[in-house]
Design a protein around this ligand. Sequence first.
Ligand SMILES: CC(C)(COP(=O)(O)OP(=O)(O)OC[C@H]1O[C@@H](n2cnc3c(N)ncnc32)[C@H](O)[C@@H]1OP(=O)(O)O)[C@@H](O)C(=O)NCCC(=O)NCCS
Length: 140
Amino acid sequence: MRSADLPAVIRIEQLAFSSPWPLEAFDDAILQDAWVICSAEDLLGYIMYHNVLDESMIINFAIDPAFRNQGHGTALLKETLDIMVAKGIRTFYLDVRASNATARKIYRGFGFEDIGVRKHYYSLPDEDAIVMAKHIKETA
Ligand SMILES: CC(C)(COP(=O)(O)OP(=O)(O)OC[C@H]1O[C@@H](n2cnc3c(N)ncnc32)[C@H](O)[C@@H]1OP(=O)(O)O)[C@@H](O)C(=O)NCCC(=O)NCCS
């Protein structure tokens, strides 16, 4: 993700979430571990990670509603998880709305497991967050 991508990213953010990030959250610092998926014409979606040592939190992930259910979310997650593992990340975390069956199914498919609940974490509407984690097994 580059600065020039931000207008398209922010448009998708506002379509994808009932409580979108405020514009000022999309500053240059966020671009370090953030990726977009694009066709020849369009920016289709994005994913953002926040890394601390060998741990990473997926902090934002969305596909344009017009391009969902075509495998783009799965492809973006797969490719970027591989990049993060190559960078030395060994544990991934994320929060997801309890009702977000599509996202939870995708994450489970990548080996994420439910490890906890944050009660009333989300607003608009009020909802619990499921905390999910994925540990990378050392092969050496
Ligand atoms: C979650 C999200 C990013 C998934 O993106 P996506 O591009 O639609 O995801 P995929 O197409 O890879 O997978 C979605 C579904 O299509 C299926 N699928 C995956 N690859 C597929 C393919 N090649 N062809 C057809 N279907 C496919 C998946 O199994 C999944 O099944 P489901 O319909 O039973 O849920 C998207 O729904 C989104 O932006 N949601 C709103 C924001 C959000 O919830 N973000 C996550 C916050 S934690």
